[in-house]
Design a protein around this ligand. Structure first.
Ligand SMILES: Nc1ncnc2c1ncn2[C@@H]1O[C@H](COP(=O)(O)OP(=O)(O)OP(=O)(O)O)[C@@H](O)[C@H]1O
Ligand SMILES: [Mg+2]
Length: 376
């Protein structure tokens, strides 16, 4: 049987664990055409949740458009992407779609032939970069009026939304906000993992998106439900497994779905021949993953200064440590607090650590923590 524990991409259908409550809540919010800021640390499953939501929304007759800001390096590309995806979601007839595009002032239709010979209608910004922001706004207006005309609820999902300030900051944000405020046929979900950036965008009075919508924090999947999901798959695969061992996987993975999927995926392969998931296979899974990812960790490690390396070693040994305490600094021979602070900030920028909302620093990837603690 094929390994049912998928990781790294979009996980759907029977391979997607739980999230029933969150899905129900988001469907409800989108039925009310609300605006939601979906926030969680990295690899908690926001993108997977959104793709499963899209399926659900399409089933009940909503039109949906998913945009990932990572895929759009500039406003010009964002304007074209948003206009294209929202129009396509609302108009499936090719001729009519081209007509919609032709009616736009700042964007113009572009017909291209796909690899399979099929003809595709897309859109591009008409005049250079200067026109990019008005083109984006026109694309958004077009989405609203098309949704109204079709009598369909449209949901626009913008993923990696914490990247928005990368464009031209405040001007764009303000213009987008005033456009979104007028929309009566479109629901919005803004999703992002830079928690502090997302919170600042939605909660800071001086920022354009202040109180534009509600915040939804995506937490870990409930342990009981996740462990049932894992148990069922191992059973289906003919493996012998005890529920108590699954708790170990959830703990090792620190409740991050990506980590848990990866541990289960690896344990499935290791235990294939034995047909039984034992604690030693679970232990071994961590070792295997650490080995698989070690080239990546080595590259990251090389970017760290000596002081940063010492700090990482100390944190890998004692994850609950308080780096600013005298005790910690004496034990590990590092300090003073000002340089520790600079190191933590730098490691945060490099993506090796992340700052929790409570202000502590944790490893972005728990397997890197294991990698460090194994070689030191
Ligand atoms: N409900 C779930 N069931 C099973 N696996 C899941 C689930 N949610 C997430 N995963 C696993 O975690 C991985 C990461 O999920 P996803 O990319 O959706 O996270 P994310 O929060 O969007 O991360 P990022 O902030 O880095 O974009 C997926 O590839 C999948 O393996
Ligand atoms: Mg994501």
């Amino acid at each position: 049987m094929e390994n049912p524990f998928k990781y790294g991409g979009i996980v759907r259908g029977p391979h997607f664990a739980d999230r029933k409550e969150e899905l129900g809540e988001l469907v409800q919010e989108m039925d009310n055409l609300s605006r939601v800021f979906l926030i969680s640390p990295r690899r908690f499953g926001k993108t997977c949740l959104l793709f499963n939501l899209i399926e659900r929304l399409n089933d009940i007759g909503f039109a949906t458009a998913y945009l990932d800001l990572n895929a759009h390096p500039d406003v010009k590309s964002l304007a074209a992407g948003l206009t294209h995806l929202t129009s396509m979601a609302l108009e499936s007839n090719f001729e009519k779609l081209l007509k919609v595009f032709s009616g736009l002032q700042r964007l113009r239709p572009k017909v291209s032939v796909g690899q399979d010979g099929s003809i595709m209608g897309t859109v591009e910004v008409a005049h250079g970069y200067k026109e990019a922001l008005p083109a984006l706004l026109e694309g958004m207006q077009n989405a609203e009026s098309l949704a109204q005309k079709k009598g369909v609820k449209l949901v626009i999902i913008i993923d990696e939304f914490s990247d928005l300030p990368k464009y031209d900051g405040q001007t764009l944000e303000k213009a987008m906000r005033s456009e979104i405020q007028h929309h009566e046929h479109v629901g919005y979900i803004f999703s992002g993992s830079e928690q502090s950036v997302m919170l600042a965008m939605a909660r800071d009075k001086k920022r354009a998106f202040y109180k534009l919508g509600r915040l939804m924090n995506l937490g870990p999947i409930d342990r009981g439900t996740y462990s049932e999901f894992i148990y069922d798959w191992f059973q289906k695969g003919g493996y012998k497994v005890e529920r108590q061992y699954l708790e170990k996987i959830l703990k090792l993975g620190e409740d991050v779905p990506y980590n848990i999927q990866r541990l289960c995926h690896t344990a499935w392969e290791l235990a294939r021949e034995a047909g039984e998931v034992t604690p030693s296979f679970i232990e071994e899974s961590t070792t295997v993953i650490v080995q698989q990812d070690s080239p990546h960790f080595e590259l990251l490690w090389r970017t760290a200064s000596q002081q940063q390396k010492m700090l990482l070693i100390a944190l890998s040994k004692d994850p609950d440590a308080k780096p600013f305490s005298k005790d910690f600094q004496l034990t590990h021979g590092i300090g003073p607090s000002s340089s520790i602070n600079a190191s933590l900030e730098s490691l945060n920028r490099k993506g090796i650590l992340f700052k929790t909302l409570e202000g502590s620093y944790q490893f972005s990837d728990i397997f890197m923590k294991h990698w460090i603690s194994r070689f030191t």
